[in-house]
Design a protein around this ligand. Structure first.
Ligand SMILES: *[C@@H]1O[C@H](CO)[C@@H](O)[C@H](O)[C@H]1NC(C)=O
Ligand SMILES: *[C@@H]1O[C@H](CO)[C@@H](O)[C@H](O)[C@H]1NC(C)=O
Ligand SMILES: *[C@@H]1O[C@H](CO)[C@@H](O)[C@H](O)[C@H]1NC(C)=O
Ligand SMILES: *[C@@H]1O[C@H](CO)[C@@H](O)[C@H](O)[C@H]1NC(C)=O
Ligand SMILES: *[C@@H]1O[C@H](CO)[C@@H](O)[C@H](O)[C@H]1NC(C)=O
Ligand SMILES: *[C@@H]1O[C@H](CO)[C@@H](O)[C@H](O)[C@H]1NC(C)=O
Ligand SMILES: *[C@@H]1O[C@H](CO)[C@@H](O)[C@H](O)[C@H]1NC(C)=O
Ligand SMILES: *[C@@H]1O[C@H](CO)[C@@H](O)[C@H](O)[C@H]1NC(C)=O
Ligand SMILES: *[C@@H]1O[C@H](CO)[C@@H](O)[C@H](O)[C@H]1NC(C)=O
Ligand SMILES: *[C@@H]1O[C@H](CO)[C@@H](O)[C@H](O)[C@H]1NC(C)=O
Ligand SMILES: *[C@@H]1O[C@H](CO)[C@@H](O)[C@H](O)[C@H]1NC(C)=O
Ligand SMILES: *[C@@H]1O[C@H](CO)[C@@H](O)[C@H](O)[C@H]1NC(C)=O
Length: 364
């Protein structure tokens, strides 16, 4: 024993002498949060009601994705996929993406310490493989954008770190669905974020029955907004491709979108247990503007009322940087009662003035 520790001491002294002969790294740059050895061990849990409600909404999104990808493989035959240009290897990719959702839902449920939502029953309104692809491209867009919207507002930075590692994979799924539709995979330089209320407004119609013990989702649901002339990815008969030069769906500053919107007070979502509402500062049921949420921008354009709960807006033009047109890809449009200006980090302030929506706008 004594012999052994003497040997160890001698070895340690020799090692120190050797180590001192080498240069070592300088101390890290000052600042940062929890990025150096003074930080407490990270706790990957919800630290506030805001965290719990944001993560539980994200969990409901993971659950529907898990259902949707596997459901498609059960619902459509290999021949139907083939006929839509999705071959056997691409069908395996769908299976793989479904399995990724097993991991994502497990991760978020673990962060919520098992207190998050259980899986629900869902309603889908696609009939063909092409319509399923478009629905999946849309659903993954709002799932991804919903997380980008709250990620940097979470109290728990450790939870945010894990969530971004799941969501960056969902962003890839979103692009793969566009490729399955033979669309240009990413006609934008930046992916937009949306608020939790916008996300829940878009997701809520597809949940029809959930277990009674599921935590109530405390974000508001705004009245349904329908774009009567929404372009879609299924229309032109394109087949799966890595990339295509597809004709633009819109002419910015020229194309009009026609809207129909509901009044609030409808019983909606699973077990009809939620009710649609106006944003809390809405002062008139008639919107004044459309807000297009795309890339880094929330662009307000005047709303032209054309009847009871109908109206139109012209799709805005302009660029983000250089020649990157603002409105392209799958984005969001809502009707608002005030010309409120927001930027990505305070975008949720739009919630207060929403009359209806958002709707998903497939602009390219
Ligand atoms: C170490 O991180 C803490 C915050 O976690 C920060 O306040 C502190 O300034 C950092 N230390 C240095 C030397 O930068
Ligand atoms: C959208 O992006 C695609 C691909 O880059 C491009 O061909 C199309 O012109 C763009 N549409 C608009 C309206 O900017
Ligand atoms: C919704 O309805 C189903 C079927 O009746 C029931 O099992 C479930 O507990 C209900 N959930 C809620 C949240 O009421
Ligand atoms: C897409 O557009 C085509 C042609 O306009 C239409 O037949 C189809 O129903 C639309 N599909 C969806 C899911 O909106
Ligand atoms: C595809 O679009 C790009 C950019 O708009 C253009 O430069 C290129 O010539 C097009 N290619 C084909 C094969 O149409
Ligand atoms: C919504 O549900 C409540 C409570 O069940 C009911 O009293 C009300 O009539 C329903 N409203 C609509 C518009 O169906
Ligand atoms: C507003 O709607 C009316 C009625 O449809 C139409 O005549 C008018 O051109 C529209 N104005 C704009 C700016 O779109
Ligand atoms: C709006 O609704 C009122 C009452 O139902 C009706 O009298 C009016 O004609 C409607 N206006 C339009 C433009 O449809
Ligand atoms: C559309 O209008 C915006 C703002 O007025 C302008 O900056 C842009 O150049 C216009 N774009 C096109 C394609 O006309
Ligand atoms: C979109 O946002 C970017 C970044 O803030 C800005 O440079 C650009 O001018 C905005 N474009 C429009 C049309 O508002
Ligand atoms: C949101 O932030 C921008 C600065 O990025 C600010 O100009 C704007 O007034 C803010 N919006 C609201 C509604 O506070
Ligand atoms: C909405 O009203 C609340 C309470 O009056 C106020 O604090 C908040 O700033 C308003 N929101 C916006 C976007 O103006």
């Amino acid at each position: 024993m004594l012999f052994k520790s003497l040997t160890t001491l001698a070895a340690t002294a020799a090692t120190l002498a050797t180590i001192n002969a080498y240069p070592t790294a300088p101390p890290p740059p000052t600042g940062g949060v929890d990025g150096n050895s003074t930080a407490p061990p990270p706790s990957y849990t919800a630290m506030s009601d805001y965290d719990f409600q944001s993560l539980n909404l994200a969990l409901n999104q993971e659950w529907i994705e898990l259902d949707l990808f596997h459901y498609a493989l059960a619902r459509f035959s290999p021949e139907e996929f083939e006929a839509a240009g999705i071959d056997a290897e691409q069908q395996s990719l769908i299976e793989y993406m479904g399995n990724q959702e097993v991991g994502h839902s497990t991760l978020v449920q673990n962060i919520l310490q098992g207190k998050g939502a259980k899986q629900c029953k869902y309603r889908y309104n696609f009939e063909t493989v092409a319509e399923w692809i478009q629905f999946s491209a849309t659903l993954t867009r709002w799932g991804e954008s919903g997380v980008w919207g709250f990620l940097s507002h979470l109290d728990s930075r450790p939870a945010a770190t894990l969530l971004v590692q799941a969501e960056s994979v969902e962003a890839r799924q979103q692009m793969i669905f566009r490729q399955f539709a033979g669309a240009f995979p990413m006609p934008f330089w930046f992916a937009p974020g949306i608020s939790q209320a916008m996300h829940w407004t878009l997701l809520s119609p597809y949940l029809i029955e959930c277990p009674a013990e599921n935590p109530r989702i405390e974000w508001p649901i705004f009245p349904t907004l329908t774009i009567q002339n929404n372009p879609n990815l299924t229309a032109e008969g394109y087949e799966s491709a890595v990339s295509t030069n597809r004709t633009a769906f819109v002419t910015p500053n020229t194309t009009s979108l026609y809207f129909q919107y509901d009044a609030p007070g409808q019983n909606v979502s699973y077990n009809n247990s939620y009710q649609t509402v106006f944003g809390r500062n809405v002062t008139s049921p008639i919107p004044t503007h459309c807000v297009f949420i795309s890339q880094l921008n929330a662009t307000n354009v005047p709303f032209n009322a054309t009847g009871n709960n109908t109206g139109e807006c012209i799709v805005p033009g302009g660029v983000v940087f250089s020649d990157d047109g603002v409105v392209n890809g799958t984005n969001f449009v809502a009707l608002i009662s005030e010309d409120v200006y927001v930027t990505p980090y305070n975008l949720s302030l739009l919630n207060d003035v929403i009359v209806a929506g958002p709707a998903v706008y497939i602009s390219g």
